[in-house]
Design a protein around this ligand. Sequence first.
Ligand code: NAD
Length: 500
Amino acid sequence: MSVVALPRGWPIAPRIQSIIDGVAPPLRAGGVDLPIVNPTTEETLGVLREADASEVDAAVTSARRAFDSGPWSHMDINARKDILYAIRDRVRAHAEELAWLECTGAGLPMLRVRDQVQRAARVFEFFAEVASTLHGEAYTQTRGWLTCVTREPKGVAALIAPWNAPLSLAAMRIATCIPWGNTCVLKPSEYTPLSVRRLVEILHEAGLPPGVVNLVNGRGNTTGAALVDHPGIDLVGFTGGTATGRAIMAAAARRLVPTALELGGKSANIVCESADLERALDGSLVGIFANNGQQCLAGSRILVQRPIARQFIERFVARTRRIRIGDPLALTTEIGPLAFEAHMQRVLDYTRIAQEDGAQLLTGGRRAAFDHGWFVEPTAVLAPSNDARVCQEEIFGPFASFIEFGSIDEAIAIANRSKFGLASYVWSNDLGTAMRCSREIRAGTVWINTPMMRELRAPFGGYKESGVGRDGPAASVDFFTEQKATIIPIDPPAIPRFGA
Ligand code: NAD
């Protein structure tokens, strides 16, 4: 392939900076600049100025001021809701620009990114509604007393986001945090800063007061660590890998700061002989290859029941060979490049690892033969067993590992033999079989006869090493607000008169 010229573009500043108190901070001499590279063309698009500890401090101070003195935390809910609705509208008005930045900066296919941008707009509306219907409790059972329980925002959050769906995951983190009156400092991934930088500008253009959402750019072990360790942070919301989540939770625990962690996965996609095999085939391909295979909830372990296994795997491989790889901006592209070079190398390494473990390479396994870009051929292997590394480790690329099974009990046992527990997919037209899988599989989400539908009203998150806590209205209220009991006597009781 030769990479086609971008059909239409928006300007990208030669140097991307943080946003503190609504504006870019002064440029310090001697700061670190990191390259921003287009994964499709390998061209340098500009540089990212890394926020050092003093810039992180300025961002937290800004968020602290906006929380402690308002106006956001003290604002009437209707005024806050108006601003969140204005954000929704402005994201929609700039949808094509945001989608273009996401495709260009992260290599995600436009086919999918347009929906992700619409969803990013929707989450601001959704959580504004949840905040506006938030209510307290009152207890009067103890005669003579009224106890009111109210909810208050928790304070200043550190929000840390990954590169695999930068815009939608950052939007989700912000939208679950600020509607209650919290303020935050967001650190997106250093690999994919473009769309998130523009999103934070758009929040301000829509009327969000300065200091409510501050953005700091930079690497995890510098900018990210300085943020999590900052004494002005009251809570940490993190989406990313399990090893990083563990380090962040340990750092936050030193200051008893609560953490919500959305982490990795190695989800089982179980195809039973009782399935509608046509749908199961379509769904299994989407389950592993959507978003260039870089998704936490990918159905990356495909378990197929023996009587149908051979035919199903053959058809899967034939379809995989026909997947359209290429320029993510082209509307026909199904798989774009991986987000950065080191990640591509890591994914490619799994071809060797699979073969060393005795897996059979069915298709792919190589860098795609284009002039430029970090493209990996969509890959499928038949694993010797669930113990193979390709069945236990999160590869996070277009890499499917097949395992054959006999009974449903065996499939459930294989699905559960994983340190992860984010999601699972079950394909069966037998209601009992599907529901037994749902009941027995230890995962936060089970999709039956469908690939990855995300219901915003339901909790989303992982069992085991896939996470701590949930996203969703009820869980976000619990994580991002404090409960306060105010106790009032209706019939004031006598108070012991010490020292009278
Ligand atoms: P990562 O853990 O390497 O990085 C995530 C973010 O954490 C980045 O912004 C990074 O700079 C920052 N970071 C790294 N070290 C840090 C430290 N010591 N202190 C503070 N911040 C630090 O993850 P990634 O490679 O960007 O993303 C891929 C991972 O994210 C996969 O494991 C995937 O499954 C997971 N993920 C999970 C969900 C979910 O909802 N469960 C969603 C998307 C991605």
